[in-house]
Design a binder for this molecule. Structure first.
Ligand SMILES: NC(=O)c1ccc[n+]([C@@H]2O[C@H](COP(=O)([O-])OP(=O)(O)OC[C@H]3O[C@@H](n4cnc5c(N)ncnc54)[C@H](OP(=O)(O)O)[C@@H]3O)[C@@H](O)[C@H]2O)c1
Length: 328
């Protein structure tokens, strides 16, 4: 099969190589669930920030070189272990953790989800990492309730657009924070109720809109203090990532002034050993798809062999919605 490998840790422009290699061994299953798994003929592979970090050896998962990156795919089941509930030929979205930038990938059974016809393959490749992270972060960690207001940073990005759609589906009002006109359009199309600009006086605009019950933050950096200041009483900032580069520090006196919580959300770490949580989240997202709230926006398509360009788009802050490799 054709696949993309990371062969050295020199960044997206030089770290990747297109190779011909053996297909995964169905009998071996997935490394997380030895002997069990779903083998998928990949139609589309999702590209995300972690793969960019992996080209530099900066992500927490550091496989031996060379390895095939790619945490999520959409495609058709080729084979599935007995009792999995999946049939050959069925359309699925799956989280394989690694190995997705390839014509054939294998995922654990509990990380494989039926893909409804209302979503195309590229949207399926956008479904697991970002939407499960959004749901886990806002519902399980942030305790989001219907009627609350959520500020979403990086709102035109993958996690950002997913968070807008999940929050809307849960009955919350969303205020998107973005850095450009193009990203404002993407955030509005994703369903944001209000949009403010990260280079403007966004904190005061949020306060003028009534303030936030929750700030969902995949960006970090120097806007963090203003995130705390934009909260209402009993507000929560949910920390998801640090695309802005720096890791913020909190003066904890700010937390008691307004009964504020700062909450970490590490989806990967929490769910890997918790199939029941993965299933519950998958069911909740399936319902949001059926209700029309979840429609992943795909901002860019690349061929498998152009994976480097896909990662460079993310690296340059140019990505909107999900970046996808069209594999078949
Ligand atoms: N905690 C978890 O479990 C979990 C799970 C999945 C992903 N993540 C993390 O969440 C973060 C976001 O991932 P994503 O897939 O949404 O990324 P993305 O699609 O590239 O979006 C990131 C957004 O961050 C903003 N940003 C601000 N400063 C930036 C900079 N210097 N460089 C790049 N972007 C910058 C950009 O929005 P503006 O230009 O509008 O500011 C951009 O749209 C990543 O750090 C990822 O590792 C965490």
């Amino acid at each position: 099969m054709r696949a993309i490998q990371i062969t050295e840790l020199t960044g997206p422009a030089t770290a990747l190589k297109l190779v011909d290699m053996a297909e995964p061994d169905a009998a071996a299953g997935h490394p997380m669930t030895p002997g069990e798994g779903v083998v998928v003929d990949v139609a589309a592979a999702g590209v995300a920030f972690p793969e960019l970090l992996q080209t530099r050896g900066e992500y927490q998962i550091k496989p031996d070189l060379p390895f095939v990156p790619g945490s999520e795919v959409a495609g058709v089941v080729r084979s599935a272990s007995e009792g999995s509930g999946f049939e050959p030929g069925q359309r699925v979205a799956a989280f394989c953790m690694l190995g997705g930038f390839a014509e054939v990938a294998v995922a654990p059974v509990h990380f494989t989800f039926a893909l409804p016809d209302s979503l195309d393959d590229a949207q399926g490749a956008a479904l697991v990492l970002n939407y499960h992270t959004a749901h886990f972060s806002m519902v399980h960690r942030g305790q989001l309730r219907s009627g609350e207001t959520v500020v979403v940073h990086g709102a035109a990005g993958g996690v950002g657009t997913a968070s807008i759609q999940v929050a809307k589906g849960l009955g919350a009002r969303t205020i998107a924070v973005v850095s450009s006109d193009e990203k404002e359009t993407v955030a509005r199309e994703a369903g944001a109720d209000e949009v403010v600009r990260s280079d403007g006086d966004w904190k005061d605009e949020v306060l003028a809109l009534g303030g936030a019950d929750m700030v969902l933050d995949p960006v970090g950096g120097d806007r963090f203090t203003d995130s705390l200041r934009s909260l209402k009483e009993n507000g929560r900032v949910v920390v998801v990532g640090f695309t802005g580069g720096s890791i913020p520090e909190v003066k904890v006196n700010r937390l008691l002034l307004n009964n504020t919580s700062v909450i970490g959300a590490g989806w990967g770490a929490s769910v890997l050993g918790n199939p029941a949580l993965v299933k519950a989240t998958g069911d909740a997202i399936a319902e949001l798809i059926e209700q029309g709230f979840v429609r992943p926006p795909v901002g860019a398509h690349f061929a498998l062999e152009d994976a480097a360009a896909a990662l460079e788009l993310i690296d340059s802050r140019g990505a909107t919605g999900k970046v996808v490799l069209d594999v078949a």
